[in-house]
Design a binder for this molecule. Structure first.
Ligand SMILES: Cc1ncc(COP(=O)(O)O)c(C=O)c1O
Length: 383
């Protein structure tokens, strides 16, 4: 018999390094085990699983088909799902307003340009948030702007952007809001109708703690159906994907069957934890444990506390010339802890995520690992 620890990890899974990253993430043993089946894409069990997953996703978003929303699953990583929305729902005469304060917002602008969608950009520093006033000014200046896109939890820095406030302004002005909620959905509550979100995008392997393999789109049916015929690609055509799922319940192309089975188990585990509120509680505890510990070593988060989310935290490099990310990363990795390089344009930094199947004790272990690593590198503490 395998020994399972209090967090549901076995000796085998404990030998895997813990991933303090924005993804792929550490997942539970039971989520991985759920993949030990081969189901055909037309199998009744599989089709029923997909249907139930789609309904459960709507429930997490606080909406339903009856209230006018649809959940669509799209093969690929999160970026594919974002590109599917952008390239499917903006008509030829549409114009996009993109709010950018990090790499994922910038990626959306690159996508729009690739699809020749006219795009206006409001860019602000990576540790600041866009304001309602900026958005209102841009929308008033250009009546042709039909869609606004923003990132909820900008994983580049860990900042939370004010979706609800901006969403209300966008809705009041009759525009459509697309939200990249990749690293927030499932753990950061967001009321879609109140926030005026028409399209929300996330992925299987973020806060819901499934394995990578597909993205998720929750769309308000009315604008979604009205935009049918706008798709600029075949494989990422969101309407065609939805019609397939609604029609015979199947994906148009080979479905990520194993990832979907894992996801069903991940949804059960999310429920068991108390849904998004319960998950938020654990992630908040993880984040608080990390920040308190890192502060005790002399590290200060890059994002001001008022805007700092509880998903991932960016720390600027210590000023000590002995510090190199390569050595710091490798020594931590050798101790079984994987952190993430920074992605800021202006500053050398590293990131530490606390989502996935991680608990405060894991964050405590990470801080202790950092303390030992700095000592080994001859770096004085506090840094
Ligand atoms: C906010 C955000 N958007 C988009 C992505 C891209 O997702 P993927 O790497 O799964 O394509 C990520 C990935 O971390 C993200 O955090």
């Amino acid at each position: 018999m395998e020994t399972i620890d209090s967090q549901g990890r076995t000796a085998a899974t404990q030998t895997d390094k813990l991933l303090f990253t924005p993804g792929p993430l550490t997942t539970s043993r039971t989520v991985k085990e759920a993949m030990l089946r081969d189901l055909g894409s037309r199998d009744e069990d599989f089709v029923a699983t997909v249907r139930s997953i789609r309904n459960r996703l709507l429930a997490i978003a606080g909406v339903s088909q009856t209230s006018g929303y649809e959940a669509v699953l799209m093969q690929g990583s999160g970026t594919f799902a974002v590109e599917s929305v952008l390239s499917s729902v903006i008509p030829t005469e549409g114009r996009l307003l993109a709010l950018v304060n990090g790499a994922y917002g910038a990626r959306i602008v690159a996508m729009a340009k690739r699809h020749r969608i006219p795009v206006t950009v409001i860019e602000c520093p990576e540790n600041e948030i866009p304001t309602v006033a900026q958005v209102v000014a841009a929308l008033s200046a250009d009546p042709a702007l039909s869609h606004v896109v923003m990132v909820h939890s900008e994983t580049t820095s860990g900042i939370f952007n004010p979706v609800a406030e901006i969403g209300k302004a966008v809705r009041d002005r009759g525009r459509s809001l697309i939200v990249d909620a990749m690293s927030s959905f499932g753990a950061v509550p967001l009321d879609l109708p109140t926030a005026g979100v028409d399209y929300l995008v996330t992925s299987a392997n973020k806060c819901i703690e499934g394995v990578p393999g597909f993205g998720i789109i929750v769309a308000r049916r009315e604008p979604f159906l009205a935009s049918e015929g706008s798709a600029r690609t075949l494989s990422l055509d969101l309407h065609a994907q939805w019609r397939g799922l609604e029609g015979n319940g199947q994906f148009r192309f080979t479905p990520p069957t194993h990832a979907l089975l894992a996801f069903k188990q991940a949804l059960d585990e999310l429920d068991a934890e108390g849904g998004p509120d319960g998950r938020a509680k654990r992630y908040r505890n993880n984040h608080a444990t990390l920040v308190q510990g890192m502060r005790s070593l002399g590290f200060e988060p890059y994002v001001p506390e008022a805007h700092q989310g509880y998903i991932i935290t960016t720390f600027p490099f210590p000023k000590n010339p002995r510090f190199t990310l390569e050595e710091f990363y490798q020594r931590l990795s050798n101790r079984g802890m994987v952190i993430y390089p920074g992605k800021l344009t202006q500053m050398n930094c590293f990131r530490m995520g606390n989502i996935g199947r991680l608990y405060p004790k894991d964050l405590q272990a990470l801080v202790e690992g950092v303390r030992i690593t700095l000592t080994e590198m001859g770096i004085q503490i506090p840094v």
